[in-house]
Design a protein around this ligand. Sequence first.
Ligand code: RUQ
Ligand code: CUA
Length: 656
Amino acid sequence: MKKLLKSTLAMLSVLVALTSCNNSTTSDSKSGALAGNVAEKVYVAPGEHDEFYAFISGGFSGQLSVYGLPSGRLFKVIPVFSQDAEKAYGYNEETKPMLNTSHGFVPWDDSHHPDISQTAGEIDGRWVFINGNNTPRIAKIDLSTFETTEIIEIPNSAGNHSSSFVTENTEYVVAGTRFSVPIPQRDMPIKDYKGNFKGSLTFISVEPEHGHMDIKFQLIMPGFDYDLSHPGRGKSHGWFFFTTYNTEEASTLMEVNASQNDKDFIAAVNWKKIEEYVNNGGGTMMAANYAHNVYDESTHSATSTMKKEVLTVNPLDVPGAVYFLPTPKSPHGCDVDPTGEYIVGNGKLSANLTVHSFTKMLDAIENEKFAGDAYGIPILNFEDVLAGSVEQPGLGPLHTEFDGKGNAYTTFFISSEVVKWKLGTWEVVDRQPCYYSVGHLMIPGGNSRKPFGKYVVAMNKITKDRYLPTGPEVTQSAQLYDISGEKMQLLLDFPTVGEPHYAAGAPADLIKPRSKKLFNLEDNKHPYAAKSEAETKVVRDGKTVHVYMTTIRSHFSPDNIEGIKVGDKVYFHITNLEQDYDVPHGVSMIGANTSELLIMPGQTETFVWEPKQEGVWPFYCTDFCSALHQEMQGYVRVSAANANTPLRWSLGEDIE
Ligand code: RUQ
Ligand code: CUA
């Protein structure tokens, strides 16, 4: 044991040394004709549009950002799991419920893997799903408004990492736990992990028309770490594949103890079979506590509901539903090619890249050729399911994507490169360095039957010397490569907001026509909306005051309010009466503990102000909306708690 420990540590230190040495490399500087040629390929002339959208997750920023490709220009940061002062998300009354969880209000998360909804195996540009890794949640972003419209918490999960990937018709978005935990959670010794902790794989159904999410079932698996996953497609539609590590079920010094087994597993889950079982009344209802938060576009408001039970399935109760495919050395990425035949397991500590064959897997299952079992789940023979392996392609493989032309592209973290290889012959055809230490890569549509194999984006973990220094913390960064030819060509470095963890991309034409321009005022069903200046008012109810206010270029109505008292709780409900594209107004109030509001045409948003001091306090528009934007302002007179200043409001005349 000691010897093993030593040799693993020695191996890890070699890897670490390799990681650090590549940091001193600098790319050959592009000059003259070559640079000009490359610049042309990413140049999008002023006023022109990019060819692709890229939705790049922000990692520890908890958000999802929208970029154009090939320019790398940033268009929008969509707030998802973290409060955002720019858009008031998670600060205004309407969106606060979006961040509710069983742990209370959690205004941050670690957002990892966006995936675009699919129809018949092709991306359809309706929604993006993304996982919150830290406090397990799955969010849905509507691509007509580019706003987060639903978040569902995942019970019995921890480190929601093998998520949020969709099946071929978006029947399910799938979330797998990275950390196994006691299920249900309870107080128990950590040393009793082995055999007692469990890992949940959650299948969330997506209602086809509106995308409403609901947990259909949770598969309760052995206590491994479920790292990444992808759906089957085409011939393997109906299956889902999950990489595992820590099949050792260790719970301490994991870098050594979870690296002991020569092979871990890819779990192959026949979800169609389990769905049928569940539809026929199978499974066990378990008490649970998790939040389901839904944003309603017509009320412009979110509601949070606590759900109290979840349907669990023991894999042993559904024979033929789950198999283990031995896969070398702590596989990370689990990627399925566009035909659905090949399942690539990226073994982080393996010299070779392992590719499994779906057809061979089915054969082995049919012939019941098992190598044993793990907790009753059959293990197939490695040789029986192996399609082939890419020999020594690089060091530290993480993720693979596909161009739809028979090529695969794998990132290597340690040797810091993207390697292009051929499916079926397993030969390496090209390699390009990344600056530095690449994690994920993304080809638009790369996780579907129909990739758009023109560009690949490499998302790097380390930036070092690539940009002007900005103190100890430097920008996060991604790189764009042209993959239309036989050899890849590095085109562009571009900075990102937060860690560019992973991304999903789509042709602009798929999304652009669906993008909303404004919200119809007539459709506004917000309970505190004022749909015209005639409807504006101020209403007192004890110590609570509701202000029904409107905005239009360039004034608030009302713009003067008196009769507010210290100790009041004042709700400003602001409706933007504008009905033109791109005319938001903002509002901010001195001393308010929430952020400004950014209100789109036809929308109503609310902030709360609790005045602490007597005086006359101004508020103003925060969005430069017109030539008279600076005139868009108002006052609130705050009197002592026991004063009898009458409640009055006005626009265009003095309060007498
Ligand atoms: S998984 S690169 Cu979320 Cu690889 Cu991290
Ligand atoms: Cu409204 Cu500035």
